[in-house]
Design a protein around this ligand. Structure first.
Ligand SMILES: CC(C)(COP(=O)(O)OP(=O)(O)OC[C@H]1O[C@@H](n2cnc3c(N)ncnc32)[C@H](O)[C@@H]1OP(=O)(O)O)[C@@H](O)C(=O)NCCC(=O)NCCS
Length: 177
């Protein structure tokens, strides 16, 4: 059964949330380049996100341009899962709840109403990201579990932390606030 709507978190006066478009490709690439420890992908990849996954991606912009984005997708054959790939918020906009607001706004989109699980991978040292997802689990009143996924050695010669899987859910019918 689909869950009820998630309180999406309103736009502030200054910041607007919307799906990505082709023209955002270079700016999304630039944003991610300024947000270590995120892996930087090619501009082409961000164009593909705008082309194929606008329903499950979101960006935040103010009068100066893009200040945040979440890229996510539903893994093939698992329509009740939203896998969050990258979350980026420009340094000047952090700590104001924008990351959480983008995630909740995504979950509130009508095509994502069937989502009962949010998954992501977060390195052990990324405290801000861990806190972001812990807060989301709190807001959804859903358990957050962690299990091994990609070990550091899988990243080859790159110095890269392990990427364990964080899983939030099931998002309950009664506890969404
Ligand atoms: C992770 C990130 C997206 C969070 O964005 P944000 O808009 O600042 O997040 P929020 O304001 O919604 O904060 C979420 C929680 O994290 C906490 N937090 C923020 N920065 C933190 C830090 N450096 N260390 C620990 N906690 C932190 C906030 O206090 C908040 O918790 P609270 O509500 O209990 O106070 C942002 O820090 C970022 O872009 N980091 C670089 C890229 C990255 O690591 N992305 C995530 C990997 S996918």
């Amino acid at each position: 059964m689909p869950r009820p709507a998630v309180q999406p978190g309103a736009d502030s006066d200054a910041i607007r949330l919307r799906p990505p478009r082709w023209a955002d490709g270079p700016a999304l690439h630039a944003l991610v380049s300024q947000c270590p420890p995120l892996d930087l992908n090619s501009v082409y990849l961000y164009l593909l996100l705008a082309e194929h996954f606008p329903q499950t991606c979101i960006l935040a912009e103010d009068e100066h341009g893009i200040v945040g984005m979440v890229s996510a997708y539903r893994p093939p054959g698992r329509d009740d899962v939203l896998f969050v790939w990258q979350v980026a918020v420009q340094a000047r906009a952090r700590g104001q709840g924008l990351g959480g607001r983008m995630l909740r706004r995504l979950l509130a989109r009508p095509p994502l109403r069937a989502v009962r699980w949010v998954e992501t991978t977060v390195g052990p040292g990324n405290h801000a990201s861990r806190r972001l997802f812990a807060r989301l689990a709190d807001r959804l009143a859903a358990p957050l579990t962690e299990s091994p996924l990609f070990e550091a050695a899988l990243f080859g010669a790159d110095a890269h932390e392990a990427e364990p899987l964080l899983r939030i859910g099931p998002i309950s019918l009664s506890a969404v606030n």
